[in-house]
Design a protein around this ligand. Structure first.
Ligand SMILES: [Zn+2]
Ligand SMILES: [Zn+2]
Length: 118
């Protein structure tokens, strides 16, 4: 399913852009264009002209934004009992919710720190 398909999933009423991108990429894959983000903007925040530019700064396409630009906060991650590493949960909590026209991620997400190379 492509983001431009009329039957492509729409964001829930209070779902944030990051939870939406994570959900649609998990279900339908990523075409590595900003199209999922543009769909979110068109349906939820048509006046948020900076949204796609902001997503571009976080990686551009859906899988890059939620895989590299943002990461789940500690409260969302689960500890792997075997490796003692924090990892993404198998079953994600629902979106914490944002305002109806908000283009910001909810409190389940934070910016991934850039590697300093140090
Ligand atoms: Zn992608
Ligand atoms: Zn969310």
């Amino acid at each position: 399913m492509l983001p431009t398909d009329p039957d492509a999933p729409e964001p829930y009423p209070d779902e944030c852009v990051a939870c939406y991108l994570r959900r649609v990429v998990a279900e339908h894959g990523c075409d590595h264009t900003p199209a999922w983000g543009e769909r979110f903007r068109d349906l939820r925040s048509p006046t948020a002209h900076s949204l796609v530019r902001r997503l571009d700064a976080l990686g551009g396409c859906g899988c890059a934004v939620v895989g590299r630009g943002l990461r789940p906060v500690r409260e969302v991650m689960v500890r792997d009992l075997h490796t003692d590493e924090l990892e993404e949960p198998e079953r994600w909590p629902g979106c914490a919710g944002v305002g109806p026209t908000s283009s910001r991620p909810c409190r389940h997400w934070e910016r991934r720190p850039r590697r300093t190379g140090a």
